[in-house]
Structure formats: structure tokens, C-alpha cells
Design a protein around this ligand. Structure first.
Ligand SMILES: N[C@@H](CCC(=O)N[C@@H](CS)C(=O)NCC(=O)O)C(=O)O
Length: 342
């Protein structure tokens, strides 16, 4: 337990520095509240992550993170507007303030997290880079790709990983670079390249866009770590916390068995202290984040817990049928882990 003296000393320090919880307030939250919606940068067409369905509604796990932030803030997951961005455009759009957050299958790397003035708020999908080839090529492993023409998207981590992998394995390749993912898919189909490389989840997403998906296979090698997550501008901790804890609330909800179907009942009747704290029945955890008391209830009710979001968009209830793998919860053999709400 903290002694009275230590507590007093830190209170004096806070008072001397003129600090209070409000003093860390940043401009983004105020601006978002004023305009009444979150402007979110997403990909311009990646099934499972962000894409417009046949009714023109954006869907996917990246889209859902933005909707979760809107639900936490406004109690309304529809209070978000989407800006589809290419890989090349995405960071400038965030840095310039054109979007409030970026949720666009973006890999967390040291250079992006520091030198580019950005902050990654968490990981909504653990990925890794892979290769998609035509079965006609008769290749079973990426080690057999010496001399290949490789389709790739500009402005991605994919480019450097590819160079590293071929160099490390003493192989040569010809890069064929496009700005948009659809262009790389069309180029593969037209035979302009032998292989398409990108994050493995995206290969599955791109594969279903092909006229004959069964004529193409994803090779077994995963050549990099691609932790994908939402990004905000550096220097606004308050907004950073809101985005980060939206994601954490979804992961914690899954771990605690709170789902979109039972969240309202749990908010009223659960006796589990962790659930009560998360759902606002005990404590002021929403207020600390400058969010309403029922922030986590709204996220789970309107968007779902992490597992629901995963299965609906990329997992067993989607066309992609991706296994949980690394994206299972930490206590189920995966890496998804959220610090507690307390
Ligand atoms: N995760 C990597 C790759 C991200 C990336 O942009 N991948 C492309 C290749 S699939 C993409 O998302 N394209 C979708 C689009 O342009 O809409 C990164 O952050 O650089």
C-alpha cells in the first residue's frame, strides 16, 4: 500500500506541475465530438478487412474497429464515415488530419511507430507475409521461386520483406509493382506475374476475387511478422487511449464470455467483478477514458466481442474461413491478450 507521505508527495507534484487528468486532453476527441462522427481511413477493397458489400455498406474487421470507437463514444456504431485509402495514401491522410484514425491492414513497425509521427493502438489481426501462385506453375514451396516475376503493392512492408527473402535465399526476382490490390490480382490472372505476395490473410481475400480461385494456391511459407492494427497520430494520448481500449474491451469481452447477445443482461445481472467493471456496473472506468459509463456495453452490443468480429468477417461465418491461429485468445493458444479493465 502507498504510504500517506508518497501519496501526498505525488499530489503535490501533480499540483506543482499544474497537471490534472483533463490536462492530457488532446484535440482529436473534442473535434470528433463536435462534428459528431469518427472519420476513419480504411482499405479500398479487401474482403474480410474492409470492403463495401452489395448494399454499399462497409464491412470487415478493420471497419468494425472504427465502428467500435463510434459505439464507445456516441453509443452509435453508425456515427463513422469511411475514407478508402490506398497503401501509399494512408499515412499522409492520417498525418494531415484528413482522418481521425487509420484502420487499414497496416503493419506495426518501429519506423511507422516513431519516425512517421504515428502510434499503433494495438493489434486486431496477427498476420505474416505469404505467396499466392497459379497451380500451373507446379511450385510447392517459395524456395522454388528463383527468377519469378512477383506482383506486389507499392508503399507496403511487403516490398522490403520480399527483397530480404529472395536475397537471404540467393534467388532473383522481377518486381511488378501496382498501387492497388485489385491491379495486382488482375495482373496475376492475366499472367503478367508468376506469383503475388502480400499479407497471408489478404492472399485468401484476394484469392476469392479470382475467376477460378481453385487454380491458385497459397504456399506454406510465412516470411515475416505483420501485426496489423489501428493507428492514430502521435501526441494525443487521450484519443490514443480511446482507440486502444475499444480494441481491448472487445478482447476482454470475449475472454469474459460477454457477447452481443448477452451483454445487456450481463450489465444488469453479472456478479463477476471484472464483467461489472467493464460494463460500467462498478467504478468509473468509462469516465477515466472520457467515455460514457456504458462505453463497453455499446461496443459489444453493436459490434460484438473480438471473437464475434473475427468469425463474422474472416473466420468460420465468412467466405474466407480463416482459422483463429495466432488470433485466438492468449488462454486458447493464441496471441490476443488485453490488459484488464480496473
Ligand atoms: N500490412 C502491410 C501491407 C498492407 C497493404 O496495403 N496491402 C495491400 C495488398 S493486399 C492492400 O491492402 N491492398 C488493398 C487495397 O489497396 O485496397 C503494410 O502495412 O504495409
Amino acid at each position: 500500500m502507498k504510504s500517506v507521505k508518497t501519496t501526498l508527495t505525488s499530489m503535490v507534484a501533480v499540483a506543482t506541475l499544474g497537471l490534472s487528468v483533463q490536462a492530457v486532453a488532446g484535440p482529436t476527441l473534442d473535434a470528433v465530438v463536435k462534428k459528431g462522427f469518427v472519420q476513419c481511413g480504411i482499405s479500398d477493397g479487401l474482403p474480410g478487412f474492409s470492403y463495401a458489400d452489395d448494399k454499399g455498406q462497409f464491412r470487415g474487421i478493420d471497419v468494425d474497429v472504427c465502428r467500435g470507437v463510434a459505439a464507445a463514444l456516441f453509443g452509435d456504431a453508425t456515427k463513422v464515415r469511411f475514407s478508402p485509402l490506398t497503401a501509399k495514401e494512408r499515412f499522409t491522410a492520417l498525418q494531415s488530419g484528413e482522418v481521425d484514425m487509420l484502420s487499414r491492414n497496416t503493419t506495426w513497425t518501429s519506423s511507422r511507430d516513431s519516425g512517421m509521427g504515428l502510434n499503433f493502438a494495438g493489434v486486431n489481426y496477427y498476420d505474416g507475409q505469404g505467396f499466392l501462385v497459379s497451380t500451373k506453375l507446379g511450385v510447392k514451396s517459395a524456395k522454388e521461386l528463383d527468377g519469378a516475376a512477383v506482383c506486389i503493392q507499392a508503399g507496403t512492408t511487403t516490398e522490403l520483406n520480399l527483397t530480404d527473402y529472395f536475397r537471404a535465399n540467393g534467388m532473383k526476382y522481377t518486381p511488378i509493382t501496382y498501387d492497388k490490390s485489385d491491379e495486382t490480382v488482375k495482373a496475376l490472372e492475366a499472367g503478367r506475374c508468376d506469383v503475388l505476395t502480400s499479407d497471408q490473410s489478404q492472399l485468401y481475400a484476394q484469392r476469392i476475387k479470382l475467376a477460378n480461385p481453385n487454380d491458385y494456391v497459397v504456399l506454406p511459407e510465412v516470411i515475416s511478422k505483420e501485426p496489423l492494427g489501428p493507428v492514430v497520430r502521435q501526441g494525443d494520448d487521450e484519443w490514443f487511449n480511446i482507440v486502444r481500449w475499444t480494441l481491448f474491451a472487445m478482447v476482454n469481452a470475449e475472454e469474459l464470455g460477454v457477447t452481443s447477445a448477452n451483454v445487456e443482461d450481463m450489465a444488469k445481472n453479472s456478479q463477476n467483478p471484472d464483467v461489472r467493471r467493464m460494463l460500467g456496473a462498478e467504478g468509473e472506468y468509462g469516465k477515466d477514458l472520457r467515455l460514457p459509463k456504458d462505453w463497453a456495453v455499446q461496443i459489444v452490443k453493436q459490434v460484438g466481442n473480438y471473437g464475434e468480429m473475427f468469425e463474422r468477417n474472416v473466420g468460420k461465418n465468412s467466405e474466407l474461413k480463416i482459422e483463429r491461429g495466432l488470433n485466438a485468445l492468449w488462454n486458447q493458444g493464441g496471441l490476443q491478450y488485453a490488459p484488464p479493465i480496473r
